[in-house]
Every structure is written in C-alpha cells, then in structure tokens.
Ligand binder design. Sequence first.
Ligand code: HAM
Length: 420
Amino acid sequence: MNIKAPRGAKDILPQETLCWYLLEERFKEMCHIYNYYEIRTPLFEDAELFIRSVGEESDVVEKEMYVFKDRGGRELALRPEGTAGVTRAYLQHGMHNLPQPVKLFYFGPMFRYDRPQAGRQRQFYQMGIEIFGTKEPSADVEIIKFTADFFLGLGFNNLKLHINSVGCEKCRPFYQEALKKYADERLAQLCRDCQRRAQFNPLRLLDCKIKNCRELMKDSPQIDHFLCDPCRDHFNEVLALLEVLKVPYYVDSHLVRGLDYYTNTAFEFFSENAGPQGSLGGGGRYDKLAESLEGPPVPGVGVALGVERILLAMEEEGLASPETSDPEGVFLATGSPELKEKALLMAYTLRERGLKADADYANRSLKAQMKFAHRKRFRHVIILGKEEKLKNVIQLRDMLKGEQQELSFEEALNILTAKA
Ligand code: HAM
C-alpha cells in the first residue's frame, strides 16, 4: 500500500502504548493530588483565537498553523497549543464566576507545520496544566514545582530549569525599543524574518531558529535591566519561593518563548542529552490573554509538556522500556478443535471475573498456541485436551515458573482470581 501516515504524524503502536500509559497515569495522578480538573476542548478552533492569543507575528501562527476553511466558509485552525482553547472555554462557560483560582489540566494532540525531525512532529501530544484567576507568585511556583516533581518522579535528575521574566505591557515596550535599536544596527546581517520582527515584534528576534541570527542577538540587551518594580518584585518572589522549595533554576535573561501571550514569568525545562529539541516542557504567566479575547481581566499561568519528547528522552536515558511490563492474564489453549468452544466459554468466564483472558483464533497447533502465549506475555495458560475433557480437569501452567498442575476449572478459577 502506498498510503502512509502523513509526514510528521506518527502511529503510536501497541508496544509503545505501555510507556504512554505510564506517563499519562503519572500525570493524571499528580493532577489529582494537586487538585486540577480535566478539560477537553476541540481539536480545531476559530483561527482568530490563535491569531489574537499566540500572536500574528509568532512562528507558530505565521508559519506553522494548519488553517482551513470549512464547507460553511469559516476560517478554522487545528490547535497548535492548548492554552488559548482552554482560556476560551474558561471565558465561554463563565468559569470566572466560580471561586478562584480555577485549576485545569488537559492531555491531547496539537498540530504545527514544522520541519519534522526527532522530537519535532506535525502532530504531537501535550499534557498541560493551567491556573486561572490569581496573580500570586506562589501559583507560578506551583506550576514549576509540579513540573519539576513530575520529571523527578519519572527518574530524570539532570533536567535544567531556565527561567526569566518577560515583563508586562508597561515595562516591556522600553525593552522592545532597546532590542529594536540593537537589531537596527545589524539589520543587513539578520534574516528576512528578523528584519521584519525588528519592525513589528522585536521580542521575537530572540527566538529565531537561524544560527547566524542567534549569534548576532547573543549580546543584545537583557530584559532584567528594564523590568518595572512590580514585575521585578514578582520575579524575585518566584525565585525566592523556588529556593524555599529547593527547585534549582538558571536565570536565562534571553528566554522569551515563542508565544506572544506571556507576561512576567517564562520558563522551560531542558534535557541536556536531548539535543536541539531539548525543551521537554515550558510555560509561564499570561495575565493579559483573557482580555485579548475580549474577556474580563483574568490572570493565568501554566505549562505544557511534550509527550513524545519526554518519551524520547526517557528512552535515551534508559528510564522506560515497553518490555518492563510483567506477564499477565490467562491464555486458553486446546489441542483439539472440538474443544474450542469450551475453551472460549472458559475465557468468557475468566473475563467476567475481571481477568485478562484470550483464546486461539487462528487454528494453531497446541505447540504454536503455547509459543503464542509466551510471546504475548501471558502469565498462565489453561490447557484443555481430550484427556482432560474426559477427566473433567484442565492443566494450569504458570509460564513464569514453568510449573503445571492438574485441577478442575473451578479450582483454577479460585487460584487465578485470588492472585489477581
Ligand atoms: P510550547 O513551548 O510551544 O508551549 O510547547 C510546550 C512543549 O510542547 C515544548 O516544550 C515541547 O516539549 C512540545 N512541543 C512543541 N512543539 C512540538 C513539536 N512540533 N513536536 C513535538 N513536541 C513539541 C506551549 O504550547 C504553551 N501552550 C505552554 C503553556 C501552557 N504556557 C502556559 N500554559
């Protein structure tokens, strides 16, 4: 067949899903402990939502967004990230009228048309958490501490937290002006996009992916010299609280992140071993996002983690392998075709008792069925042959211990349900 999965989109195969479950379960468990509730928003939204929130000048909107017109002529976009849609839903459903803060989490696919490579896909999964309705620095720190603990729980102990403040609408214009001035002096050497960024959105000069532009911007002014007092206080409080909670950080004064909605705190977790796609997750505060969507002023802060990147980094560091699951369940094997129906009925009885059970659907020989049960990592096999049928017994084989006993089916059932 010539039709393959689209470039940049991956099938997640059964042998990989165990690792996905591990991550998903750990994430949801932490969300429960931290008191976050799940929200599921549409995979596509009005394109305008992302233009207004993520920003018209951002790479995500300008170059990477999948935009299309539906049959009714509406301009829609596949969501490139989760925060905009969650904020839209928060406002649309009047969650600002609930006791604040409101703490939400999500898990699902996002879409960005970027050049695919290891750790960078066109369809990728994010898991994210957002806190709405508080400006407190302790909320920023909760988001960061959650993320740090999540990674530690998976076994990562070498991730680096980069953190910065991108200021607010009052102080940032002075910084942008300084950046623009710096860029204007080097305009001819910058790429076309950066020449335009210098004009319309100088902050974006700091996340150009082109090496030469990065080199040129290395010595550009740093935002910490421009922060107003409230922004500086907020940032200092975040850092002080991180120290209290013993979360190590590195202040990276050129970290601005690729999305326009950030105010104050911006941060990213990097894996040093994961190469150019080393950012396993990032987030920050977005106190003006709700207003940019014509909502009331609702501050917010959150993070999104890249599932595929985390799994890749886990594999590289030997933190997870699909083979780590223990053998489980019961396979019903029979050497005689006329006993097939009886074996199937036994499988249904086991399932009714909540046990994983399966039987042969391929008319294999008994030997081939045993091999199949081993490869599929069944812990037990119930063997039902003509002789067993006559004696009204079965053979229960423990595939791990290599032991076998002759029992009535009821006895086997009792043993298996007691173990489960
Ligand atoms: P982001 O930094 O654009 O932030 O994405 C978060 C994470 O998603 C990245 O750190 C990375 O792990 C993963 N990621 C991004 N693009 C790709 C891709 N093409 N392929 C694979 N993984 C990718 C946001 O999306 C914000 N909404 C985060 C946030 C939540 N800010 C506040 N709340």
